[in-house]
Design a protein around this ligand. Sequence first.
Ligand SMILES: Cc1cc2nc3c(=O)[nH]c(=O)nc-3n(C[C@H](O)[C@H](O)[C@H](O)COP(=O)(O)O)c2cc1C
Length: 330
Amino acid sequence: MNIIPPATPWRFCLAPMMRRTDSHFRHLISLLAPNMRLYTEMLTPNAIIFGDRHKLLDFSAIQSPIALQLGGSDPKALLESAYIAIDCGYIEINLNCGCPSNRVQSGEFGASLMKNPETLNNCVRLLTTKLPKNIAVTIKTRLGIDDIYSYDYLNNFIKRLIENGVNTFHIHARKALLKGLSPKENREVPPLNYDWVHRLKEDFPSTIFVLNGGLKNLDQIKTQLTKIDGVMLGRHAYADPYSLMEFDSQLFAKSSKQLSRSRIAELYIEYMQKQLTQNIPLRSMSRHIINLFHGQPKSKFWRKALTIQSRGKEPNINDIIVALKSVTAS
Ligand SMILES: Cc1cc2nc3c(=O)[nH]c(=O)nc-3n(C[C@H](O)[C@H](O)[C@H](O)COP(=O)(O)O)c2cc1C
């Protein structure tokens, strides 16, 4: 039985992932799961202010509504980059308080902000007071950091952010360890603790909480949605994107048309063909459909066709079309 969508637009979210949730992957996800709320990879304010903002912020029409994730701790730069993104059509600014990489630590943002709530709240206050009221300012955070790992600390951390105007939190339900673990290990080693996210929802019932971390199937998702407002999927969305179509149609009354993997591949190939005319490198797009046939008999063949360099060259679009015909024929 389908679940009727509640008021929150955060029911089903795609997690921000560096080098993964770029505009091309998000286009693929929009074909599969049109109700999913999309997040960019984490971008720094300076990259947006001084860099190639079209390359960083442009997105295809089907990706709307879309959220920008920012990683930074300079309030003015965050605000300036948020304004630029809003002009491009972004409707949510999500601040990263959970990334544990070295780059982030040296810049004192990401997960480090959990240790520096003063700095974080200065940023948040500026964003929530200056940005238009229809723009959501949201936070993606962990449960704790290093030796700061108590429910009381977390509760107080969230409480102050709510007082400063944040109404939606994406909680990666484990702590981060800044020393000794790589970013990858930081997504695997610290144990998941969903109970604290549920407690947050009980303690702040009018605030929206989105649970993230380790979700892989519909049963898990439906169970979580009985306790919190939304779920956010990261690695599973990349490993088996086609499964999102089923999740999307089960979680929303206005479900999408069920399309076959081959049809999705055709639509994505059409998209790539258009992008190629804008000189977008094929590889930057084709890499995102490598897992489209995950779990299918010909998935190995498909992966190979998209990744293997034949005769010393990358596959071209015609190679991909031929590979699709072969997969479909089986
Ligand atoms: C390759 C990769 C890149 C990531 N980049 C970001 C990022 O830019 N910003 C962020 O908040 N989290 C990032 N994350 C963490 C995810 O958003 C998510 O919190 C984490 O993977 C746990 O969710 P999952 O178990 O559904 O994957 C990244 C994760 C992966 C695997």
